[in-house]
Ligand binder design. Sequence first.
Ligand code: ADP
Ligand code: SF4
Length: 671
Amino acid sequence: MTSRDPRFDILFEPVRIGPKTAPNRFYQVPHCTGMGYSHPQTLASMREVKAEGGWGVVNTEYCSIHPSSDDLSAPFCSLWDDGDIANMQAMTEAVQRHGALAGVELWYGGQRAANHHSRHVALAPTSMPISVAPWQSQKMDIEDMRTYRGWHADAVRRALKAGFDIIYVYAAHTYLLAQFLDPRVNQRDDNYGGEMENRVRLLREVIDDTRSIINGQAALAIRIEVTDEDGSGGDARSQLIASLAPAIDLFDVTIPDYSHEMGASRFIEEASLESYVCHVKALTGKPVVSVGRFTSPETMLSQVRRGIIDFVGAARPSIADPFLPKKIRESRYDDIRECIGCNLCYANDGLGVPIRCTQNPSMGEEWRRGWHPERVQPIRKRDSVLIVGGGPAGLEAAVTLGRRGVEVTLAEAARDLGGRVNGESRLPGLSAWARVRDWRLTQIEKLSNVSIFRESRLGAEDIAAMEQHKIVLATGSQWRTNGLGRSSPMMIASYDDLRTLTPDDIMTGQRPRGSVVIFDDDGYYMASVLAELLAREGLPVTFVTPDGIAASWTEYTAEQGRVQAALIAAGVKIITSHAVSALMPGTAQLTCVYSGASHEISCGGFVPVTSRQPNDSLWQATKALPGKQVARIGDCKAPGLIAHAVYEGRRYAEEFGEAAVTERRERVVVA
Ligand code: ADP
Ligand code: SF4
């Protein structure tokens, strides 16, 4: 272990937050986890690992104060009753065990809460449609405000009992208190609507209530945006923020555009909030935290030194590397597993399941499988393994097996390691994805028991002749040209045409001629980045999708609006609700997914993005080899996201040689 570079000392100073003192400036802001109140042990273990990794403050996700604020199917924490206290205490104790402060973000959704599960009616400033459902909220009258304040006060009391050090008043992200602040949403004509002075009344009341209940036992934080929802009203917000400062111990500040704050690296750079939030510290004289997908220690240092922030706020960087602070403290910069900004973590939360991470396969498995982001179980007796293929699955397996002490030989057909990541990270906006490869290569270099053989395509005979008995195939997959995919379970014979190029062909430099039709039957990023690439190179591009919007799955990664805007800006013509049903001479035939009606459009080049064919011929040829234990992982088994391949590599390596595999379930068992 190397000692810390003194330049970074400032990041490891204790910082006071009201009555509490954070041990350093690394602050895991409240972030959703897809775990919520139904997974308290999963949650506590995950948060604990962050505290163990050096985060000085570790917060919950949004924590509902009452059943009328229910966001399911997106999971959230709750402090509705005393049972919740015990569950949340599991987290505070786990976090505090490592010397970190535990914070809770008390949440009331107002017009944003559909209450699908609780069936309560949401209270809001006005009776308007719930943002995600065709029913409305109830306009709060004075009595309702009192009731709501009572719920909030009760939740504060429970939070104190649960042992939280920091309690948030949550006035951002379009939830209730933000709805009151926003002049477009708050259309009230009583003394809670109209002028800012009125719109802020409820927030002030809640702050006063919270402060008097806390009574010095915890710090009071506020999460608030620096403008109104539409980006205007910055000056009025500044005045408001300054006026709140005497009652607040910490400002957690952000902007209303969630696709920016939580922006994918495809569209948003690291540290992009600086110009929006840089005035808050001077305005308030209180500690300020803000985010920016910070992964560079230099950027963190610079923002703290220049007085932009007091705390380095992080959600995703702490997910991708729960040990990021410790690695900086120990000057192990190249060990930092940098977030790639893919937002798959966020997607899982939206899907209602515990978050997973492309870079950190242990995320969400800390309790269930007992995985740790840094530690692995050493193998019990000497063993060796041959890994075939050096894409994300093979590389992750090599790192984890190497760390476990297995003698690893990895054979890769190509000169470069990285597999699909090499081509994909050269596509528009995806350069940060190369971090999946680079982090693993850096780790492999540190492992003397991992030997790499490049330009070594292995066949079944080679494998039969190798001394290793345990072999794992990670040979990847290829995009199909035959039309098989979601829209067509049958092959489409006319796709077999000289005009047809796969995404793999485009990534290796081949180009279509004339007007290009890209058929996105996949719905995630690939078709849209190819469309952007080819359009920017000057080709006329038509993007055809059976969905009603371009790249529909990117809604989960908070990118869809930006993806569609980028296609429009690049001059790509988007045709929705159609599949490419056939190629004809000079044209592509499109069929409406609703009416079945067909029409033709000009087609000089065709790129079907439908599905992938596993490279499983080596598996078929070796799986029954006598004396060998052959397994397969990643895309050659079931083509998936990069995250799936990394996870499979980790899982193979974790379970290698283990007689018993742990997979716990967190659910109620009726006694
Ligand atoms: P995954 O995402 O599952 O890791 P990739 O497609 O990214 O899959 O990587 C698969 C890797 O396997 C590629 O780098 C490819 O060159 C390599 N590969 C495929 N077949 C062989 C083989 N027979 N011998 C060695 N390497 C192979
Ligand atoms: Fe970063 Fe992607 Fe991991 Fe989320 S899933 S933390 S965006 S690498």
